[in-house]
Design a protein. Structure first.
Length: 205
């Protein structure tokens, strides 16, 4: 059954990734504070990744955030009860499983994410895109304050001058004239991050 979120544009959240070794390499269960809470700063700042890994039996725990949504809505396929855990007092729901390209993925590498969701970007709102050397578009789904703790929405319009893009890649900001849907309900999402840890989803043909 698909559940529809309300308007999530600009909402704050955090993620904890619990890593284990799968059949094809490292993979992580992704726990997200959305929509349970806004990842309170005083709790998030006190999280200890090593302690979380030890407590949960994970190979490693990765702290991913704080982040802010850039889409307008999320349609999520939900079947059965969802797994919920609390990390340092922050309640989180498991929302996805990601196949990691490595234990410490480099910027602009690609991770495959089983999230069974559709991200909806409304007309009239800005989108921020990477265009790779093959001309494929990657739309920013979240901006991050992991590296630049003061990075804001306004900063994203001029981000091209701050990124160290691979050869043949470019960055652009534009305003949508029509809604944009990134539908990964029946296939893995392909997700990459720039060198400021902002996340992008590949727009499939």
């Amino acid at each position: 059954m698909a559940e529809q979120s309300g308007d999530v544009f600009g909402l704050r959240y955090g993620e904890v990734l619990l890593v284990r070794m799968g059949d094809t390499g490292p993979e992580a269960a992704v726990y997200n504070s959305f929509p349970l809470n806004d990842c309170p700063a005083e709790l998030w700042d006190s999280l200890n990744a090593e302690a979380i890994a030890k407590d949960t039996g994970a190979v490693a725990a990765l702290l991913n955030g704080p982040r802010y949504w850039l889409m307008s809505g999320i349609e999520k396929d939900v079947s059965g009860p969802q797994d919920t855990m609390s990390f340092g007092g922050i309640d989180m729901i498991q929302q996805a499983v990601v196949q990691l390209s490595s234990m410490n993925p480099a910027p602009y590498s690609v991770n495959k994410v089983d999230r069974k969701a559709t991200f909806i970007f409304d007309a009239g709102r800005p989108v921020f895109e990477l265009i790779d050397q093959e001309g494929k578009h990657w739309v920013m789904q979240t901006w991050s304050q992991t590296i630049d703790k003061n990075l804001s929405l306004d900063d994203l319009f001029g981000l091209a001058g701050r990124l160290h893009l691979p050869t043949g890649w470019s960055y652009q900001a534009r305003t949508l004239s029509n809604p944009l849907r990134v539908d990964t309900t029946a296939r893995d999402a392909h997700v990459t991050q720039d060198d400021l840890a902002n996340s992008y989803s590949l727009l499939f043909d």
